[in-house]
Design a protein around this ligand. Structure first.
Ligand code: GDP
Length: 612
């Protein structure tokens, strides 16, 4: 797109009569030329050591009329450079710049200064996350302006005695997970809220999985201590199973007992956060251009795109030129969490800004650039890459890729999520996997639980770069779709040693399955007919893909495999058929299996040779 634009510009500025330029002694050619998107004759002249007028003349002889400030495309630059025998190199600084979220900014220890911790509050629904956030918000000392109006901008600061903490103001781990899934880690410390009268619940467990996978320090807030049924010891016992053991029991997890509603013990929690921050040494370099992530963004009718940014490194200034995700702009106005206009935002500070050309997404990285032109080009490049990603082959972390990388770098960690039909099989698989020893790699099982593979598993896998092993369980078509979209690999097994063998082989870099089982479709059993001499016929409806007569089938009941075998017959009305596609009804009989029930799912698969 950029190219087309340039060509048009050039065409419009053709002028038939140019004034003759004065003759000058040509300076010695230099080289090589580092091609930069959008560079003009003037810049090229400096790089090549050839006067502007000479280049313009040369361009004229090549049939291009252009002035010194118009952008040149790469072809034109190459053409001119060739005339002077100068090499053209791609400017890599910009290529790197477009992936700025991956750039690990190397900072000198001396440049680093302590910054406030960024805290996310997680836990089961109704355990008091929102109440805790509200209580802290109201308890904060507002820099002299008592009762400053609190703006909701997605994050706020708690300040006391010159120390501050930034709280991400979106409770629940959805925000945390989504951010992580997008590669944005913004949390320094996680607070796990557990209601003392309720204990560990499903979302508590999920929050723990995420916190562990993200490897951030955690403080347990045992909330609702004012309730009659409060039993903090039970909470501690339950959490001990997850290796969150209080100091008084010889562990190293901080537990703070409190009542968010009555504002009791909250002060102590805040002190614990500050203490943890101090130990963890959270630092950034305030003296450089700002970078960080978007916490929230929306389109405001009056003000246009509005985004809340968390500055993670550097300092953001009013007027800065900024690239956010695929969009860019200039910071025209900046307000803090008190709704006060500010001119600078230091590391760990969240500010709401306006001045962007488009609405970015939560979790998008941002970075400040010196020039607006560079910012625009980088944003355009990023948009182009996003487009390619979305329309091209989905990027996926396959087991093979993962191990291909292992060879290149040092010790790699392979994260695995295990879902299985029984606690026994999961334990066995987990135990066996964790004993696999391959040099340069280790396996971490970040979740192992009974049940079918769900969207939440896929989200966790995506956020943690993990892959999922299903043992005697199958994901639904919807979950499989999500996994495919997100590029999460799911491997299904029904024999433990097969799973172990695969992983062992993969870890040794020789994963070589010649055949792969490919699921072709699913059918739902809507009715059953018992025929005395034959057995049970399942009246089915193909909900997904297709079912072939020679398929292997699995019978799933509530996501668990209850039988695995071959088809005995596949019929449409009275006729035997080779295949039945999605949206059609059919009659299915399974060899040596008559216990089929209404509501069962029949999953069909075929063996397919796969190319390596
Ligand atoms: P969230 O879903 O985790 O954000 O939970 P909320 O903050 O919305 O709290 C759920 C319910 O628990 C609300 O009715 C709160 O008033 C109540 N609650 C929260 N904290 C406490 C507490 O410390 N003590 C008591 N008694 N109730 C609380």
């Amino acid at each position: 797109m950029a190219k087309k634009h340039q060509t048009n510009q050039r065409r419009n500025t053709r002028r038939p009569n140019r004034k003759k330029t004065k003759k000058k002694q040509p300076p010695k050619p230099q080289g090589p030329v580092h091609f930069k998107e959008g560079m003009n004759v003037s810049e090229l002249s400096q790089m090549m050591g050839i006067p502007i007028s000479t280049i313009i003349k040369k361009l004229m002889t090549l049939g291009t009329m252009i002035n010194q400030n118009q952008p040149l495309d790469k072809e034109t630059v190459e053409l001119i450079a060739m005339e002077y025998n100068i090499e053209v190199l791609e400017d890599t600084s910009q290529q790197e710049a477009i992936h700025f979220e991956e750039l690990q900014t190397e900072e000198k220890e001396d440049d680093l200064e302590v910054r406030p911790p960024v805290v996310t509050i997680m836990g089961h629904v109704d355990h008091g996350k929102t109440t805790l956030l509200d209580t802290i918000r109201h308890a904060r000392v507002t820099e002299g302006e008592a009762g400053g109006i609190t703006q909701h901008i997605g994050a706020y600061r708690y300040m006391k005695d010159g120390q501050s903490i930034t709280f991400i103001d979106t409770p629940g781990h959805a925000a945390f997970t989504e951010m992580r899934a997008r590669g944005a880690s913004i949390t320094d410390i996680a607070i796990l809220v557990v209601a003392a009268d309720d204990g560990v619940m499903p979302q508590t467990r999920e929050a723990i999985d995420h916190i562990k996978a993200a490897d951030v320090p955690v403080i347990v807030a045992v909330n609702k201590m004012d309730m009659a049924g409060a039993n903090p010891d039970k909470v501690k016992q339950e959490l001990a199973e997850f290796n969150l053991i209080p100091e008084e029991w010889g562990g190293d997890t901080i537990f703070a007992e409190l009542s968010a509603l009555k504002n009791e013990g909250v002060e102590n929690l805040l002190d614990m956060i500050l203490l943890t921050a101090e130990v963890t040494e959270i630092k950034a370099n305030p003296n450089r251009e700002a970078s960080g992530h978007v916490i929230e963004a929306e389109l405001d009718k009056g003000r246009g795109p509005v985004a809340t940014l968390l500055v993670q490194n550097g300092t953001l200034h009013l007027g800065d030129t900024i690239v956010i995700g695929d969009t860019y702009g200039r910071v025209r106005n900046m307000t803090d969490d008190f709704g006060k206009q500010v001119e600078h935002a230091l590391p760990s500070m969240a500010v709401e800004i306006i001045g962007l050309s488009d609405v970015p997404a939560a979790g998008d990285p941002f970075k400040v650039f010196d020039e607006e032109r560079t910012a625009r080009q980088i944003a355009e490049k990023r948009a182009e890459e996003t487009w390619k990603d979305e329309h091209g082959v989905a990027k996926s972390v396959s087991l093979d890729d993962m191990f291909a990388q292992i060879g290149e770098n040092e010790k790699k960690q392979l994260n695995i999520i295990i879902k299985g039909d029984t606690q026994g099989s999961i334990e066995a698989l987990k135990g066996a996997l964790e004993t696999i020893e391959v040099e340069g790699a280790n396996i971490t099982v970040i979740r192992a639980s009974v049940g079918t593979i769900t969207e939440t598993d896929v989200t966790l896998a995506n956020a943690s770069g993990a892959y999922i092993i299903g043992f005697n369980v199958r994901p639904s078509a919807a979950v499989r779709d999500t996994a495919r979209d997100k590029g999460v690999e799911i491997r299904l097994y029904s024999i433990i040693y097969k799973a172990i063998e695969d992983i062992e082989m993969a870890m040794e870099g020789m994963l070589d399955p010649e055949f792969e089982e490919v699921v072709t479709g699913q059918a739902e059993v809507r009715d059953t007919f018992k025929i005395s001499k034959l057995g049970t016929i399942a009246g089915c409806y193909v909900t997904d893909g297709f079912i072939k007569r020679d398929a292997t089938v699995r019978v799933l009941r509530d996501g668990v495999v209850v039988y695995e075998g071959d088809l005995a017959s596949l019929k449409r009305f009275k006729d035997d058929v080779k295949e039945v596609r999605q949206g059609f009804e059919c009659g299915i009989m399974i060899e040596k299996f008559n216990d089929i029930k209404e509501g069962d799912i029949i999953e069909a698969s075929v063996m397919k040779e796969i190319e390596r």
